[in-house]
Structures are given as structure tokens and as C-alpha cells.
Design a protein around this ligand. Structure first.
Ligand SMILES: *Cc1c(COP(=O)(O)O)cnc(C)c1O
Length: 233
């Protein structure tokens, strides 16, 4: 089942890229494995998939050591500064940096561990009160401060638009993230301004995100099926 789902998603990624004149190799599937058990993740690993996203540090700390270090892990959940050390130890990329304090905490531990940590700055394009992320108008100041005051590799931006069953509803938010990234790249604020990562698109809307320039799509349900939230705080 995982193999079929994975093949279907990879085909959709390829098709969406071609439809919009992009190279499918620019796009990486981040398989969102939160609340997915080890055996099921292993199935995806056995299919040759190497990039996973986790939301909860405690859960990630229990799962990640079971896999070889060739697997790449992205942190996509809300991060508190007092958990920065654990995040640096476990993850290759933190996609959800949205304030200078957390960037500095990550940098501190990355330096201690001599680890080259990649980060994305999360932008709250939908301006939702309950969502994390810096507001679009504050993104430039934050990215500039992180670039000046830390050694973190700022690879690009991430967003999670307001939920809506209609994927077209997400398009303006994806477009806004791309435009914002372009403005920041023009000022040379990213680690590599020729290759900016845009993490956007989930199970319901990743084809639209790819049409709007996504380089990382975070897909959980379409790959692993429905999650069981029982027992999660
Ligand atoms: C859970 C989650 C996803 C995956 O969502 P699906 O709809 O299951 O594909 C993507 N991004 C973030 C930040 C998430 O928390």
C-alpha cells in the first residue's frame, strides 16, 4: 500500500512539475511521518524514500534512532527554545523558525555540536492567530537578523495556509511565499540565493504548490493514510 501511494505521489509531483515547465528533480517529497509507526516508515524507507518530516520532538526522539543516518529528518512542528538542543541533535533541517530567539538557541547548539544546520523561516501567510510563523511584513527583518546574528544556513521559507478542502484556495498563499522569497533573495539574505527552498503544499494541495514553485512538499496522509491522534497532547 505504501509503495503504491508513494509511486502515485511521485508521479503526481513529476506531472505537476512538467505541467508548469519545471524540472521534477527540483522537488523533494518530505514524507510526514508524525504518528506513523516504525514498521510503516520502514516500508517507505525500503521503497527508497529518504526524507521524512516529524512534528513532535518526543516522538521523533523515540523513532529517529531506529533508522540509519542516511535518512534525512525535517522538523516541521512548533519548537520551543528549551528543546533546541534536542532538535539540533535529531534533525537535518528545521522548517519552522519564526523568531530570533529560537534561531539563536538552534545556532548555539549547532555550534557546540559542530553541525551545519539548515533552517527555513516559517511565514504565516494566512495571518491566522492560532498559527505559528512570522507575518509576511516582518519576514525580511527576521531573516536579516538571523543571517547577521547566527551561522545557520537559511535555505528558504515555509508556509502552511489556512485549511480549505479546495486546493485552489491555497494558491494565493503559495504565490505570496514565492514572491516574498524572491524579494529576500534579491537582497542576498539566503545561504544560496540561486537555490531557494520553498516548503509548501500538503496532501490536499501539493500539486498546486508545485505549480507555484514549491521545492519541498510535506505529504503525510496521502502516503501513510489517516493518522490516529489519540493520546497526543
Ligand atoms: C501534518 C503536517 C503535514 C502533512 O499533512 P497531510 O495533510 O497529512 O499531508 C504537513 N505539514 C505540516 C506542518 C504538518 O504539521
Amino acid at each position: 500500500m505504501i509503495r503504491d501511494n508513494l509511486n502515485h505521489i511521485l508521479e503526481t509531483i513529476t506531472q505537476s512539475a512538467r505541467n508548469s515547465g519545471r524540472d521534477p528533480l527540483e522537488i523533494t517529497l518530505v514524507a510526514v511521518s508524525k504518528l506513523v509507526d516504525l514498521a510503516t516508515i520502514q516500508e517507505a524507507v525500503d521503497c527508497g524514500h529518504f526524507v521524512y518530516g516529524e512534528n513532535y520532538l518526543q516522538e521523533a526522539a523515540e523513532k529517529i534512532p531506529h533508522f540509519p543516518s542516511t535518512i534525512h529528518w525535517h522538523f516541521i512542528g512548533h519548537l520551543q527554545s528549551n528543546k533546541a538542543k534536542q532538535a539540533v541533535e535529531l534533525f537535518d533541517m528545521v522548517e519552522t523558525v519564526d523568531r530570533l530567539k529560537i534561531a539563536k538557541a538552534l545556532d548555539h547548539h549547532a555550534l557546540l555540536l559542530n553541525k551545519n544546520l539548515s533552517v527555513l523561516v516559517q511565514v504565516n501567510t494566512g495571518r491566522e492567530e492560532q498559527k505559528s510563523g512570522v507575518l509576511p511584513e516582518d519576514a525580511e527583518r527576521l531573516v536579516r537578523a538571523i543571517a547577521q546574528e547566527t551561522t545557520l544556513q537559511i535555505r528558504g521559507l515555509m508556509t502552511m495556509p489556512p485549511f480549505c478542502a479546495d486546493p485552489e484556495h491555497s494558491r494565493p498563499y503559495f504565490r505570496e511565499l514565492r514572491e516574498l522569497a524572491k524579494q529576500l533573495a534579491a537582497q542576498g539574505l539566503f545561504a544560496d540565493n540561486e537555490r531557494i527552498e520553498l516548503s509548501m503544499g500538503m496532501s490536499a494541495d501539493y500539486p498546486v504548490a508545485i505549480e507555484e514553485g514549491a521545492t519541498l512538499v510535506r505529504v503525510g496522509t496521502a502516503l501513510f493514510g489517516n493518522r490516529n491522534y489519540e493520546g497526543v497532547n
